[in-house]
Design a protein around this ligand. Structure first.
Ligand SMILES: *Cc1c(COP(=O)(O)O)cnc(C)c1O
Length: 230
């Protein structure tokens, strides 16, 4: 595919996803303006990100700090209204770079990281909204707070670290119906007095919206298949 037709297809994909958001929100009596689209640009060539920028999109997600710096450091100054979400695991020794580059941290999942982020935000004079990642399936290999530990962890983040907790995020297990996990995350939101829910990807965002998603994270549905070699 030539880069021009790819660019057009990215604009078309964005339009189509916005239409699906509108329709799904309307069908579930929600205001589509409360559902934000995070375009996940990890492992994508920069032309594709540029095509999304040219189409007017400004909110992007990346899962690794170093790759995000390569993708966005220059573009950030060219597009001051850009919003970058960190959606992958963060090592505490990368907290400084993460706070410098990102606008939202979606993967807060342990006390040590909460402390490191709080310290960096103070150093850099920034307050980034954070999502607590919840391991709704309690999968051993997956990041995230175990649901039973969520209330205490939120108290720690808010009271001891004075972090701005915007909401909760989850990645459902591959082999289970995602809607179960979305409904569970929505219940945890209600019990814990948080506002936002980051849930739903290319294959299942239409199930996440009726259950209350306020951020959906869509990669391949916008940009096509990712490079497998990175
Ligand atoms: C890669 C990724 C996505 C996007 O997945 P797609 O299936 O390409 O839409 C969403 N969320 C997280 C946490 C990811 O790592």
């Amino acid at each position: 595919m030539t880069s021009i037709s790819k660019a057009m297809s990215i604009a078309d994909n964005l339009t189509q996803i916005y239409e699906q958001i509108e329709k799904t929100a309307r069908d579930s009596d929600r205001d589509a303006d409360t559902v934000h689209l995070v375009a996940v640009s990890k492992k994508q060539p920069t032309e594709r990100m540029q095509a999304a920028l040219d189409a007017g999109h400004r909110c992007f997600g990346e899962n690794r700090v170093q790759e995000a710096q390569e993708h966005w450091s220059d573009l950030k100054s060219a597009y001051p209204d850009l919003k970058l979400h960190l959606i992958g695991p963060l090592q505490t020794n990368k907290a400084k770079e993460a706070v410098a580059l990102f606008d939202v941290i979606e993967t807060l999942d342990r006390e040590k990281l909460a402390r490191a982020l709080a310290k960096e935000m103070q150093n850099q004079g920034k307050t980034l909204p954070c999502f607590v990642q919840v391991n709704t399936g309690e999968e051993p290999q997956k990041a995230g707070i175990i649901p039973a530990d969520l209330p205490d962890f939120l108290t720690f983040c808010r009271d001891e670290c004075e972090l701005d907790i915007a909401g909760l995020m989850c990645i459902p297990p591959i082999d289970e119906p995602p809607a179960l996990h979305f409904a569970f995350l929505a219940k945890l939101r209600q019990e814990n007095n948080v506002v936002d829910l980051s849930m739903g990807m290319s294959s299942d965002f239409e199930k996440a919206i009726p259950l209350g998603a306020t951020y959906i994270r869509v990669g391949t549905g916008i940009f096509g298949e990712r490079a497998s070699h990175i």
